[in-house]
Design a protein around this ligand. Structure first.
Ligand code: ASP
Length: 337
């Protein structure tokens, strides 16, 4: 009996020892991750949509135009962050620049629904307090991202849709435009060409400010040829957008139905929070493993609380760019860059 007791005690002690070693190892790993990364004073990362773009199907003029447009957007956010502005202002203003540019599938350049209309979705999240706002299926708000922010700050709700969202935006003094504002020949012709084949694109921005706050914003026209008031992942907190000061800020682009079901943006944050993965490990695992196995094409941009950025995608290309306080920056389109 005595022998058995001491044997059991031995097993328990050994078990506790192993658990404590594992814990220490994990803590050490985390510490290594955080210590080995130089903290950026601020950082910003953007996307202008993922898709099947390649050097063969994107003309050199369009290539130039997209890179200039990404640079313009990045510069708007960089200015705010380097002057000590908030991550929230940076992501909203940066996304507005892209919403106003007809090149991107958000705001002015939104794609068309099956019925030849434009229905826009957007969301924003403040990583400092998990406040969030979203609008979905709106047809006449010039800058849906600002409407999303107004829902966050001036309403009791997280998401407003359709006519109600427009009424709220109007009451809040936001610019309302006739639905024809969103008409562009390019997108309309695209609808005619791809009436059977869905096509994506979206814009997004994530930022870390000098105070250490994270924010994320996403805005889209959705998928070309969508029907039945379909809403994608972009306005859904945890799917297309997520920000939490403890972990990271994420904005997604791609086939929304998969991003909703795999709760992509929150999954990246959760892998960091609960498993101690780095931003790069978590975002690569979700985009290039989980989503690939599921058959969901697209990508994400993200930034963590140290100012590390990651921009994984599993499609052919993704319009994207980043800038950090140490002077590093760039805009990219294809995989090989
Ligand atoms: N995620 C968007 C949606 O499903 C589209 C995209 O990003 O391309 O509505």
């Amino acid at each position: 009996m005595k022998l058995r007791n001491s044997f059991c005690t031995g097993i328990i002690i050994a078990g506790l020892f192993i658990i404590s070693c594992q814990k220490q190892g994990k803590l050490q790993d985390n510490k290594l991750i955080s210590d080995s990364i130089k903290k950026q004073e601020w950082a910003i990362v953007i996307h202008g949509g993922a898709g099947a773009m390649s050097t063969e199907n994107l003309s050199s003029e369009l290539d130039k135009e997209y890179r200039a447009a990404l640079t313009d957007a990045l510069n708007a956010g960089k200015k705010i962050l380097s002057e000590g502005g908030t991550a929230l202002d940076a992501v909203e203003q940066t996304v507005r620049v892209m919403e106003d540019n007809p090149l991107f599938n958000a705001g002015k350049g939104a794609v068309f629904t099956h019925e030849g209309k434009n229905e826009l979705d957007a969301s924003i999240m403040d990583g400092s307090n998990l406040a969030a706002g979203a609008v979905a299926g709106v047809t006449d708000i010039k800058n849906p991202i600002t409407a999303a922010r107004t829902v966050m700050t001036n309403s009791q709700h997280v998401m407003l849709t359709g006519a109600g969202a427009s009424q709220f935006a109007g009451e809040q003094g936001l610019e309302i435009v006739p639905p024809s504002y969103f008409y562009t020949d390019r997108r309309f012709n695209e609808l005619q060409e791809v009436l059977k084949k869905d096509k994506n694109g979206t814009v997004g921005c994530c930022a870390l400010d000098k105070k250490g706050n994270l924010a994320a914003a996403t805005s889209t026209g959705g998928m070309t040829n969508k029907r039945y008031n379909r809403i994608g992942d972009a306005p859904i907190i945890g799917a297309g957008t997520y920000a939490n000061n403890n972990t990271c800020a994420v904005s997604a682009t791609g086939h929304g139905e998969f991003f909703i079901r795999w709760t992509v943006a929150h999954d990246i944050s959760a892998l960091m929070e609960y498993k101690g993965l780095s931003l790069k490990e978590a975002s690569e695992l979700v985009v290039n493993d989980k989503l690939v196995k599921a058959g969901g094409s697209g990508g994400v941009i993200c930034v963590d609380r140290y100012g590390n950025v990651s921009m994984p995608f599993n499609s052919k290309g993704m319009f994207r760019g980043f800038a950090t306080a140490d002077g590093k920056e760039g805009v990219f389109i294809f995989r090989e860059e």
